[in-house]
Design a protein around this ligand. Structure first.
Ligand code: HSE
Length: 405
């Protein structure tokens, strides 16, 4: 019998307890031992709920109980999660977490501590919710050099962009609907500004390339400036707009960014809609492999946490190898990266095209019926630096969106 504790009885924490209860028999078989929740740490009480008998309010009770071998940390946020997880690992307990802020900020340090104590720090649920992506990177794709990872890594923004695309609505209106449905937080900044996707791509890049990517150095642009008119152009071309977290190795340079990207209907991530996530990985020998599923939510996320708990039980006193050294990975300025851009500009084609082509060279012009006082165009592939230079030479640019076909 292995006794475990759950830190936090919110959405994911209650999901972890539910999954362990619902699938107890098969989970125990797969773990090779019976797993029993001994404690649940939460500030609140839950009178009348059977969980109440396991509720404790002090972390030290869990830390100092030698019977507890595995801890699920599902509180979120860096503090006090970091102090609790560090102390637990130092005390020789394994920790499984869904906490992407914690993993992105302290991943290599916590992995080192786990390694020193022959235990495990596992975080499958921190990226892509229920989608297996951390374990594939650590175990299934190890024959490959990873060249590129492109992900729709945030369910809330994917829901918003899908609704804007399908219903022709504006960002603010859809955000409000998403909040009313409980998808988006009342303070949706971390989702809509891309901060959540930024931490997730930092974790994936660190694992893919083996050295630590500092999330604070990743260029991050959210979706707040994407408008219903942008989608009119996208629809006219049979394209869509998605928030991508992307990391790429080009020769000896590493890039990472989070930004909205216009993609064609032949792109593998085109059909990833609503709150779903999709992650496309390119390996140098394997080629493309794609992971798709529920990227957020109580049970999908809890499923990933519990799978880590099973792994931790199966690997008592051995460390599951994860390639993520604390050595910093130097990212190259995205200004040097190459891509095409979709641009909207005020004025008619007759008035402006020569100015546009003087700055950008040949472009593909797109007109939308009811937007008479503007037009759109797609540039050739160019560096971000050259794009900035060219756009400064054209008056009346309304917006620009990066393009990936
Ligand atoms: N807010 C996140 C999302 C939750 O919408 O994807 C899962 O990390």
């Amino acid at each position: 019998m292995v006794k475990v504790a759950v830190l936090g009885y919110g959405t994911v924490g209650s999901g972890v307890v539910e999954v362990l209860h619902t699938n107890g028999e098969s989970i125990n078989k797969k773990a090779g031992e019976e797993i029993e929740v001994k404690y649940v740490l939460d500030l609140r009480d839950f009178p009348g709920d059977p969980i109440q008998e396991k509720i404790v309010h002090e972390f030290d009770i869990i830390l100092n109980d030698p019977e507890i071998q595995v801890i699920a940390e599902v509180m979120g946020g860096v503090n006090p999660a970091y102090q609790y997880v560090k102390a637990a690992l130092e005390a020789g307990k394994s920790v499984c977490t869904s906490n992407k802020e914690l993993v992105a900020k302290h991943g290599p340090e916590l992995l080192n501590i786990a390694r020193e104590h022959n235990h495990n720090f596992l975080f499958e649920a921190s990226v892509g919710g229920g989608i297996p992506i951390i374990r594939p990177l650590n175990q299934s794709l190890t024959a490959d050099e990873i060249c590129e990872i492109t992900g729709i890594l945030n369910g809330t923004t994917n829901y918003i962009l899908t609704k804007m695309n399908k219903e022709g609505l504006g960002f603010d209106e859809v955000l409000k609907q998403a909040q009313d449905l409980g998808y988006a937080e009342r303070n949706p900044e971390a989702d809509v500004e891309g901060y959540d996707a930024c931490r997730k791509i930092a974790i994936l890049a660190s694992l893919a390339f083996g050295n630590h990517v500092d999330f604070q150095e990743i260029y991050t642009e959210g979706i707040t400036k994407i408008s219903a008119d942008d989608f009119k152009y996208a629809n006219k071309m049979g394209n869509s707009i998605k928030l991508f977290g992307k990391t790429k190795k080009v020769e000896d340079k590493f890039y990472a960014m989070v930004a909205p990207v216009m993609i064609s209907d032949t792109h593998p991530l085109y059909a990833v809609n609503d709150v779903f996530n999709g992650i496309l990985v390119k390996g140098n020998v394997l080629g493309d492999v794609m992971f798709y599923g529920s990227g957020a939510g109580k049970l999908p996320t809890a499923s990933a946490v519990v799978s880590d708990m099973i792994d931790a039980v199966k690997h008592k006193n051995t460390t599951v190898v994860q390639q993520w050294s604390s050595k910093k990975l130097e990212l190259t300025d995205i200004m040097l990266s190459q891509k095409a851009f979709f641009v909207r500009v005020q004025g008619t084609v007759e008035e402006k095209l020569s100015q546009v082509e003087k700055a950008f060279g040949n472009v593909q012009v797109i007109k939308v019926e009811d937007l008479k006082q503007e037009f759109g165009f797609i540039t050739q592939v160019m560096s971000e630096e050259n794009f900035e230079r060219a756009q400064a030479c054209v008056e009346g640019i309304i917006t620009r969106i990066r393009v990936e076909m």
